[in-house]
Each structure stands twice: as structure tokens, then as C-alpha cells.
Design a protein around this ligand. Sequence first.
Ligand code: FAD
Length: 472
Amino acid sequence: MFRPEYSLQHATAAGEDARRERRLEHIRGLKLNVVSETDLEWDRARRAWNLAANQRPRHVAFPETADDVVKLVTFAGGEGLRVAPQGTGHGAGALGAIEDAVLMRPSRMRDIAIDPGQRRARVGAGVTWGEVQAAAAAHGLAGLAGTSPEIGVVGYTLGGGLGWLARRYGLACNGVLAIDVVTADGLLLRVDREHEPDLFWALRGGGGSFGIVTALEFALYPVRELYAGALFWPQERAAEILHAWQAWTAGVPDSVTSVGRLLNLPSLPKVSEGLRGRSFVLIEAACLATEGEGVELLRPLRERGPEIDTFAMLPPTGLGALHMDPVDPVPVSIDGWLLADLPSTAIDALVEAAGPESGSPLVSVELRHLGGALLDAAPEHGALASLDARFATATISLVPNADMAAAVERHSAVVRAALAPWEAERNYPNFAERSFSVSDFHSPATCERLGRVKAQYDPRDLIRSTHPIPTT
Ligand SMILES: Cc1cc2nc3c(=O)[nH]c(=O)nc-3n(C[C@H](O)[C@H](O)[C@H](O)COP(=O)(O)OP(=O)(O)OC[C@H]3O[C@@H](n4cnc5c(N)ncnc54)[C@H](O)[C@@H]3O)c2cc1C
């Protein structure tokens, strides 16, 4: 039987297939290491570290050099596609849909050069913090890494960068010295304080909206060893321990960065046997101190008789295991915000919302002590010049299915509401996974300036980033 609609559709589909095939041949001819939906490696190529993000970009590209990135940007622009750079996908939960974009994965751009004399590092866009810390430690130096060694240096730094040395040395973004970046019009620029200063300013804490970073240069700090570890108590003692920690933070020097934490460890084989399925209240800390000084600093907390005590002198590489972040890709939900203050009533509210009697499905609810160098908004700093808050909160949970995701979403909202009276005016980009507007992170003047930089360097909004900056 003659069915004209069918024939027409079929012909159109065949034409579309042929056109798609021609386009793919063209891309392959550019030698950009592109993977597309019909390729066997597609699922692995598009997968983010956060498995909860089911990313479906148009293509995935694995450039090896900055020149490859220039070609990629030119190609994407010509095809009417956007480019979404992604190092590891730890921040993929905040990225959203990327159907109209080429996902750029710099996992083959892994050069690391350490200049011990100048105390600086230069790393390719695909380098993770664990790799930098290992290379720097050989010279008695450390970078401003976060808690997980698996996180990408570039994504973490563009969004601020809050780590174990933060109260002494500030946010990682403000230790950046130079950036190699490919702009939306396909130019490879090296930006620093003297060259393209507005772009340099915007990239340091304003996120990845302004270009594709191919290499980053940043300061390293002399840290051969530090006194660091965690104290664990059964979670039934949450109120007592968190009150004691809060009082303790008021007196510690900037050389101490610490976290108070409620932890519900899952019953998974990967969790060590004594901890599996148990709930704890923890104090974790990194002290730039000798062992004797560290023991003295920790005394008021240790006197409360922790069940587990892991404090010891460690090289900076040892900090990567301290927070027990998951290493392999997992489906997670993250939320986080800043607190202007943390009085005793806030601790009580937190324990009620997430403590032992709360039925909380959240794996971890943490309070990070801020202050110190984080408050210093020096004029030479970038867009996120300081964190004007006393504590940061972050929640993280496994979300293997939709029911669990819904339960986690509901309980995160309960925790957030409980701490709402003390929430700071602004949020911290790296911990914010729900969709936020730029004004949640920055002052009106900074938003205005970021918008102008976006308009100058990417007026057609080719770069697809987390927490995108609208043009002004
Ligand atoms: C387990 C865990 C622990 C964490 N701990 C901390 C912590 O201690 N401190 C902290 O501050 N944050 C922390 N974070 C948040 C983390 O810093 C952010 O998710 C950050 O965005 C991760 O960077 P990434 O490159 O690994 O992630 P990606 O998802 O690869 O990148 C995030 C975004 O950065 C931008 N970006 C990445 N690469 C480039 C590039 N080459 N050019 C331009 N833009 C780029 C893009 O907008 C991208 O969407 C943690 C997150 C997780 C999941």
C-alpha cells in the first residue's frame, strides 16, 4: 500500500542521517577526538563523576592541546553549538541540560610543572588536586586543595576553592597568578594582572562563563607536614560535641581550619567494617602546627573522650583522605550555603533537624569554620574576593534512585529551614547545586562587572557553564 507520509518521513530521516554522518566525518577530520551518540564509547564519554547527572550533550570532545580547544570552539560556533567545559563532573549537578553543547573534557591535558623557587604551579585543565599535591609535596609545598583529591583544579578554583588551608591562605581563586584561556571567538589568551585584567578578575571566583581555561598557574605554600585528623563520637553526643567545637573555634588561630560534622555512614562494602552503617558526630581539623602545638590545640576536644582519634603529623597529600569523600563516581545530591553566625541556638536547631533523632537520610551535614584570611577582600583579589560569613554548611547524600533523591531533597530543605535565621546574605558558588542567580553569590557591583566581562568576551553566550553569568 502506498503511504506517502511514511516515505516522506523516511526520506527526511535518511537525509538527516547522511547529513549527520557528513558532519561527524568533518569533526573527525579536525582530529578533535570527538565521541558521538553512535560511538561505542558514548556512555562512558558523557558520564560525569556525579552519576545523578544524566548528561546528554550533542558530542563529547577530548582535546589534547590548547590549539585543539581553539579548533573546537571555532567548530562549535560554526555549527550553532555551545561548548560546556567539564573537568571531572563533580559539579555536574549544577550544570543542567547541555543538549545544545559539545561537552569538552580536558582529561588528556594533564601537564603539571612545579617551580619550587617561585613557589608556583602550572597545570593543564584536566589535572586533579591529588596530582598537584603529590607533585608539590616533593618540594615541601602545597596548593589550596579542597577536601577531595579527585576534584578538578580548574572547576574548583573558578568557583572559589575552599580547602584545608583556607583560614591561613584564603580561597584558591585568589592565589591564581595567570590563566591560559580560549575565548568564545577562538582566541587563546594568557591573562594575568597586566594582561586582560578584567577577564583575569572575572575568572577568579566568577566561574567558567567567560572562556575555556586550558591551563592555570597559581601560588604554592610552604607546608611540609601538618597536624591533622578527625575525632569521632557516637552521634548521640552531637549536641554536646558541636557546642564544644563551636566554642573552641572562637579561640583557635588562623592556622587551624576545622569542620564539625554529622555523618551517617552507609552500609556499603566500601565503608570500613567498624564504621559501616554507623552514625557519628565528628570534628575534623588541619593545623599548620608541630605535633606538640597540635596536641595542645586539640586538648579541649580530646578531653571529651572520642571513640576514634586519627590525628597525626601528615604530609599535605594525607589531607586527601581526611574528609572521606567518595573517590569513584557516585550519584550524589549536594547543597550548601553560608552562615553569618553560629550561636548556640543554631547548633540546637541543626541537631534537631539532622541529628540522631531526626531520621535524616543525609550522609553528611557539615559546618566549616571560615574567617581568618577568607575575610580579607584585598584589592588585587578576583570576583570572589572574600567569604563574608563565619561558617559554611554543606550537605551531601547518595541518591541511587528517585525515591531517595526526593527524600534527600525534602530533608535538605528541613536542614536549610532550621538554619535560615543565621543564613548569610550571599552563597558560596562551589557548594550551590540548586539553580541560583549570580546575585546570590556576588554584590550588585560585582554582578554588574561580571555581566560586562561576559558581554565583552562571550556576547553570544557560546560557553555553557555552571551558574551562568548573564550579559549586562
Ligand atoms: C565530593 C565533593 C567534595 C567537594 N569538596 C569541596 C571543597 O572542599 N571545597 C570546595 O570549594 N568545593 C568542593 N566541592 C565542590 C567542587 O569544588 C565543585 O563541584 C567544582 O565545580 C568541581 O570542579 P570540577 O572541575 O571537578 O567539576 P566539573 O563539574 O568538571 O566543573 C564544574 C564547572 O567548572 C567549570 N569548568 C570546569 N573546567 C573548566 C575549564 N577548563 N574551563 C572553564 N570552565 C571550567 C564549568 O563551568 C563546569 O561546569 C566538592 C564537591 C564534591 C562532589
